[in-house]
Design a protein around this ligand. Structure first.
Ligand code: ISL
Ligand code: CA
Length: 545
């Protein structure tokens, strides 16, 4: 397997609007990122991923762009961005930006032109269709609304949107549009950024003729359509191959087989991907399913392509709440999940606040929420006559706002995030869970992450090692080996709130094995030559050479 900096990297995702507000308008900003860079550096990560900060009406928190060359006012200005890049590089870190090119805002001048008349030169930059049998061109559902089609009175046609009505999809069949996107990518790369996280990049190509779906609620017809690989190979030829850029594609609805078509090292498309098998198939923790997903992706990509490891981001509920235990064992389970993500094959991702064990949230009423996905779904279900409280309850666990509440810096008002009134409420647990507390406690989740990340620098086995699951059928324990150039690691994880006895494989039964890291400081556990009793949510890594 070729060695690459982006394979060895730990990426820290900054959802800037919730990170740190420096001017009291209630929104985090790029200046806030600059001011907190030393904190991020202290953690030891390599790459920062910034969510979109382009000019935008902000209907979908920056994923509805109205100008690819200007900054959203609340994020800051171009000068601040340039300073940020400089300061990031000065600390030996890299930065990747969100690239959102499946759709724009409906306020983007391109769309306003496209919509203005059927013969406007930009008409073809978006996807316009006539009505079929008096209705929409197809029965497809979009991510955020009941139909992918929105009727435009002015020109009597429908336009296509995979997400909100305010996010019309671009027409990638149009070569001028593609060229325009490529030069925009060069513009940012030439400013010195180190790559892109590419938003729903496998949605660019659409199905020919828009045939009705048998089951319109299963929206996978939106993804992986013929033509997608030609577009990505062209993008690579035109732009990416000319830079030492890292690319990670957000690729929903993908199996390892199809995934390899995007990230295969012989494909000249992308470096790595986020697949959503875990997020989509596991509303809550499911040990057997998780191991199965890991195995399939490991076998599918082995020696041919590179995976990414994450359990949460700005769209998915914080991992300690969704997949760990955010009550009695919050600290232990946060460390356990970290141990797992950082020792499974692939580039490791941290979503801001994860490193102090921040939790999901339950805000009092639907009015306190902002997430367009949640709010649209709420309206849609209420319109069917369902009970509002019941609908509200059903949307809480997976609301995207679970991960979007402000970063908790200290125990002062608003968790130290803003001097003003925050755009979304701070999680009320900020008095106990915050950065200041974490930095003052040597056993905190923060320092555990720091140690894990530093291990990656000195132990190639963590990055390049072969992976072997020794616990396939166990519902509580996850035990696996990584091995590389004569070094062997054994990772032992007790993903349950009761003690579990883990048997040791032959090569780890000798007392030559060395404990590399563990998330319990007391030595209560009983070990024999052949087994170790793991405490609730205990995680350990052993090495033998
Ligand atoms: O679960 C998912 C995949 O099956 C989704 O999270 C999916 O990845 C997502 O809805 C696509 O997300 C991205 O594009 C959206 C934006 O709202 C999200 O914030 C962004 O991450 C539209 O641009
Ligand atoms: Ca601000």
């Amino acid at each position: 397997m070729n060695k690459m900096w982006w394979k060895e990297a730990v990426v820290y995702q900054i959802y800037w609007r919730s990170f740190y507000d420096t001017n009291g308008d209630g929104y985090g900003d790029l200046q806030g990122v600059i001011e907190k860079l030393d904190y991020i550096k202290e953690l030891g990560i390599d790459v920062i991923w910034l969510n979109p900060f382009y000019e935008s009406p902000d209907r979908d928190n920056g994923y509805d762009i109205s100008n690819y060359y200007e900054m959203m006012e609340k994020a800051g200005d171009m000068e601040t961005f340039e300073t940020l890049v400089k300061e990031i590089h000065a600390r030996g870190l890299k930065v990747i930006m969100d690239l959102v090119v499946n759709h724009t805002s409906d306020q983007h001048p391109w769309f306003l032109e496209s919509k203005s008349s059927k013969d406007n030169p930009k008409r073809d930059w978006y996807i316009w269709e006539d009505s079929k049998e008096g209705g929409a061109p197809s029965n497809w559902r979009s991510y955020f609304t009941p139909s992918t089609w929105k009727y435009d009175e002015g020109t009597s046609q429908y336009y296509f949107h995979s997400f909100a009505v305010e996010q019309p999809d671009l027409n990638w069949k149009n070569a001028d549009l593609r060229e325009e996107i490529y030069s925009m990518m060069r513009f940012w790369l030439d400013k010195g950024i180190d790559g892109f996280r590419m938003d729903v990049i496998n949605l660019l190509a659409k199905q020919e003729g828009f045939p009705d779906a048998k089951n319109p609620t299963n929206i996978d017809y939106l993804a992986n359509n013929p033509g997608i690989h030609e577009y990505l190979q062209e993008m690579n030829r035109e732009v990416l191959q000319h830079y030492d850029a890292m690319t990670v594609g957000e690729i929903p609805f993908v199996t390892p087989e199809d995934g390899l078509l995007y990230v295969g090292e012989d494909r000249n498309e992308l470096n790595t991907l986020f697949h959503f098998q875990v997020a989509d198939e596991m509303p809550t923790w499911d040990m057997l399913r998780y191991k199965e997903i890991q195995r399939l992706w490991y076998e599918g990509l082995k020696n041919k392509g590179w995976n990414s490891q994450f359990l949460n981001n700005h769209d998915h509920t914080r991992q300690v709440t969704r997949y760990g235990n955010d009550g009695e064992y919050r600290v232990e389970s946060a460390k356990l999940l970290a141990t797992m993500i950082h020792t499974l094959p692939g580039t490791a991702y941290i979503f801001q606040g994860e490193e102090i064990g921040m939790t999901g949230v339950r805000l009092p009423s639907i009015e306190d929420y902002d997430d367009i996905a949640m709010k649209n779904k709420y309206k849609e279900e209420i319109a069917k006559g369902r009970d509002p409280q019941e609908v509200f309850e059903s949307l809480l666990l997976l609301s995207r706002d679970n991960s979007r509440t402000p970063m908790q810096w200290n125990s002062q008002e608003q968790g130290g995030f803003t001097k003003g009134s925050p755009w979304i409420k701070v999680n009320p647990n900020y008095k106990e869970i915050n950065v200041e507390q974490a930095l003052s406690d040597k056993d905190s989740v923060f320092y555990y992450y720091k140690k894990l990340i530093s291990l990656r620098r000195t132990h190639e086995v963590m990055v390049y090692g072969d992976y072997q699951d020794l616990s396939e059928k166990d519902e509580n324990l996850y035990i696996y080996k990584r091995s590389y150039n004569g070094v062997k690691w054994l990772v032992l994880l007790n993903h349950s709130d009761i003690e579990q006895v883990a048997s040791l494989p032959d090569d780890f039964q000798s007392d030559r094995k060395q404990l590399i890291i563990g998330n319990y400081s007391n030595k209560r556990s009983i070990s024999s030559e052949v087994s170790i009793t793991l405490q609730p949510y205990e995680a350990r890594i052993y090495e033998v050479k």
